[in-house]
Design a protein around this ligand. Structure first.
Ligand SMILES: Cc1cc2nc3c(=O)[nH]c(=O)nc-3n(C[C@H](O)[C@H](O)[C@H](O)COP(=O)(O)OP(=O)(O)OC[C@H]3O[C@@H](n4cnc5c(N)ncnc54)[C@H](O)[C@@H]3O)c2cc1C
Length: 338
């Protein structure tokens, strides 16, 4: 069943990056989020996004320091407890709130506030997504790696790096296949089961704006893509400071097919199918091998080859799907550049 009737006929794609170097460097792609969020706060609004404190959770604030903590992708399903209530109170009091989150979270929010008379005060941004891992990974990692107390981040601008605080409060950076929270995400083998059946990460977006990575002509910069779906989305982008923003054509989708086909295709893989059982019954060391595909073990090697072949077949399928979606968007999209 389709989520909405949006076929992107009224949507407009842009590429952008934040010209404030400090903000840009801390962002995952071009800093679209932080440029938008800081501008929103400057105009008296509140921002709702994800921070990684003792747990990865959504929070609502109009404090700049708190918003800076929202920068960076956290590869864990965030906890949204209490968020609807907080947003509800704010928008009923006439405050403007900018929500940012995954497509599924934006969909849930949309559904909750569908009939709210103050919905005009709510602005929704969803992220391009290829699936979100279960929280189990970070939990098991911290339970077994006792020298670390807290996960601070999951990547820097160019690569996946897990940054964790050790027991002395020092920030340590970890890379490589044996780092479970990283490789579990990167391999796609630990995505939530529902990500394999997701209706909220295709073209039928109901947010005001969708943001993600822009892999087009970027002159050595890491830019963001921002697709405005509504007047509110355009409004958010029009009044930004400290950004270089350009209209782009829909061909960007060829380099980032997840904007239209974000669903995870990993549910049939052995590691994913057996995940609940394995997490209960295998040792931490074996889990790192099983999900990190440590090539020293012949079993892991066989699985690795199988998974790799499946990925190649999926890529062909996604390429085909993307091509036909791109054709239909360019045929139906009559939106003139502003
Ligand atoms: C799990 C995950 C998977 C992603 N997969 C892709 C992908 O396949 N292709 C692609 O183009 N882009 C993907 N993105 C988005 C991408 O990583 C950047 O967030 C995006 O390009 C915007 O970058 P930025 O520089 O503006 O902001 P950043 O500073 O990186 O963005 C921070 C924003 O991300 C939100 N956020 C961080 N972690 C989470 C979380 N766990 N749940 C909900 N919201 C979160 C924050 O609230 C904030 O709004 C993914 C993001 C996440 C969290």
């Amino acid at each position: 069943m389709k989520y909405s009737s949006n076929q992107l006929q009224n949507s407009i794609p842009f590429s952008l990056y934040c010209t404030d170097k400090k903000l840009y460097d801390k962002s995952t792609s071009g800093g679209a989020f932080i440029a938008i969020a800081l501008n929103f706060i400057k105009n008296g609004g509140y921002v709702c996004g994800v921070i990684s404190d003792n747990e990865v959770k959504h929070t609502v604030t109009n404090n700049v320091d708190e918003v800076l903590k929202m920068q960076g992708s956290k590869y864990v399903q965030s906890d949204m407890s209490g968020i609807y209530k907080t947003i509800s109170k704010l928008i009923d009091n006439g405050q403007k709130v900018l929500f940012t989150g995954m497509g599924c979270q934006a969909a849930a929010l949309n559904s909750y506030f569908k009939t709210n008379k103050n919905k005009e005060n709510l602005f929704i941004i969803d992220l391009i997504c290829g699936g979100v891992p279960s929280r189990l990974l970070s939990q098991i990692f911290l339970q077994n790696e006792r020298q670390y107390t807290k996960i601070e981040g999951f990547r820097n601008k160019n690569q996946y790096v897990l940054s964790c605080y050790d027991t002395n409060g020092k920030l340590i950076y970890l890379k490589g296949q044996r780092v479970l929270p990283l490789y579990g995400f990167y391999s796609g083998l630990t995505m939530r089961y529902s990500c394999g059946d997701c209706r909220f990460c295709g073209i039928e977006r109901m947010s005001d704006l969708t943001i993600g990575d822009y892999w087009g002509d970027n002159n050595g910069l890491h830019k963001s893509v921002a697709v405005a779906h509504t007047e509110k989305g355009i409004k958010i982008l029009k009044c930004l400071n400290d950004v270089e923003i350009n209209y782009i054509d829909w061909s960007f989708i060829k380099c980032n097919p997840r904007f239209v086909v974000g669903k995870s295709y990993n549910n049939h893989k052995i590691q994913r199918l057996l995940l609940p059982w394995l997490f209960h019954n295998l040792s931490y060391k074996s889990l790192c091998g099983f999900y990190g595909c440590n090539l020293q073990n012949p079993l892991w090697l066989l699985l690795h080859i199988y998974n790799h072949s499946m990925v190649k077949i999926q890529e062909l399928y996604i390429k085909h799907q993307t091509k036909s979606i791109l054709n239909s968007i360019t045929k139906n999209n009559s939106q003139p550049y502003l």
